[in-house]
Design a protein around this ligand. Structure first.
Ligand code: P6P
Length: 348
């Protein structure tokens, strides 16, 4: 049937279509919808941070030892509140919380949600893009939470529920708060982007079935860490800057210090984003559960790759909630080239 001119494809109708096809059930749709609501609220707070005294530090540190911004704390509460009120979330794990928590308000669904409520928040005060990142799992069958458990047993089960390999993700997504608020997600059948229209309060389908270019011309690394990198890592970056290797024009460097912004550009334009391990932090800086794995699922679903340089990110079973891993994510060609250089092997 021909869609009429005013028939909008929104996140809501997209989720309903997936339910009709049996790709997701209405419980998962409810969790995704609650996340989209949290992102509407966070987007509004971010856009008005400078005029509602929400810039600056909260005066606390998070489990990562990072100074929390006021908006880090608020975004975390907004995310948790929306997930609780969905009634379908069993356990939540946040970058801003030391431990994962079981959600009392659950009455069905029991989904496990991992999230970084406001990634790149050091950019807030300068008005540079920030984002939210999330992933959704089924609860682990062998450690279902029941309220008879003692607190220690409950905590152990919560940790087991969130420490699942990225391969188990049912849904992964991010919301970019930038020149517009864009929600990008996958439920395992391709990657779809929705731009928020504040005039009608809906996410409108703007990027159907995103495919990352096979090869790009942009790399996004913090070269301030160059001296700390391995010899092979330096060789890789040096080669991207050698004009004669690329028909006379080297790669361009783009780095905004905000994973969601750097990733979104990489997804649409191609190339590679990398946060290598180095002499000071052998596992790099990014967290596996709510940064590396969701971004890797999205990238693979768009035809790209997500690697630690030595293994596929989605194959890693986390041992700790806040475990860090090196991350190289982007076009197949650039990631495979990096793997070949780091591993001292010829290009495939
Ligand atoms: P650096 C933000 O803190 C973050 O987690 C990512 O969003 C970003 O890509 C990276 O760290 C930036 O880290 O060390 O380059 O400032």
């Amino acid at each position: 049937r021909q869609r009429s001119a005013y028939e909008l494809q929104t996140l809501t109708t997209w989720l309903l279509d997936l339910e009709k096809e049996g790709v997701i059930d209405n419980e998962l749709a409810a969790v995704i919808s609650s996340i989209s609501t949290a992102c509407k609220q966070i987007g509004s707070l971010v856009n008005r941070a400078g005029i509602s005294n929400l810039t600056g530090l909260a005066g606390e540190q998070n489990v990562q030892g990072e100074d929390q911004k006021k908006l880090d704390v608020i975004s975390n509460e907004v995310f948790a509140n929306c997930l609780r009120s969905s009634g379908r979330t069993g356990v939540i794990a946040s970058e801003e919380e030391d431990q994962p928590v079981a959600v009392e308000e659950t009455y069905s669904g029991d989904y496990v949600v991992v999230f970084d409520p406001l990634d790149g928040s050091s950019n807030i005060d300068a008005g540079i893009s920030v984002g939210s990142i999330f992933g959704i799992y089924e609860p682990s069958p062998e450690c279902s939470i029941d309220d008879m458990d003692d607190p220690e047993e409950m905590m152990k089960k919560c940790v087991l529920n969130v420490c699942q390999a990225g391969n188990e993700l049912l849904c992964a997504g991010y919301t970019l708060y930038s020149s517009s608020t864009i929600l990008v997600l996958t439920v395992g059948k391709g990657v779809y982007g929705f731009t928020f229209d504040p005039l009608i309060g809906e996410y409108i389908l703007s990027h159907p079935d995103i495919k990352i270019p096979e090869k790009g011309k942009i790399y996004a690394f913090n070269e301030g860490n160059y001296q700390l990198w391995s010899e092979e890592q330096r060789q890789y970056i040096d080669s991207l800057k050698s004009p004669d290797l690329w028909g006379g024009k080297p790669y361009s460097a783009r780095y905004i210090g905000s994973l969601v912004g750097d990733f979104h550009r990489t997804l649409l334009y191609g190339g590679i984003y990398g946060y290598p391990g180095d002499k000071k932090n052998p596992n790099g800086k990014l967290r596996l559960l709510y940064e590396c794995a969701p971004m890797s699922m999205i990238c693979e679903q768009a035809g790209g790759k997500g690697s630690t340089g030595f293994k596929r990110v989605l194959d890693i079973v986390p041992e700790k909630v806040h475990q860090r891993e090196p991350l190289f994510v982007g076009s197949k060609w650039e990631v495979e080239y990096l793997e070949s250089v780091l591993q001292g092997k010829p290009m495939p």
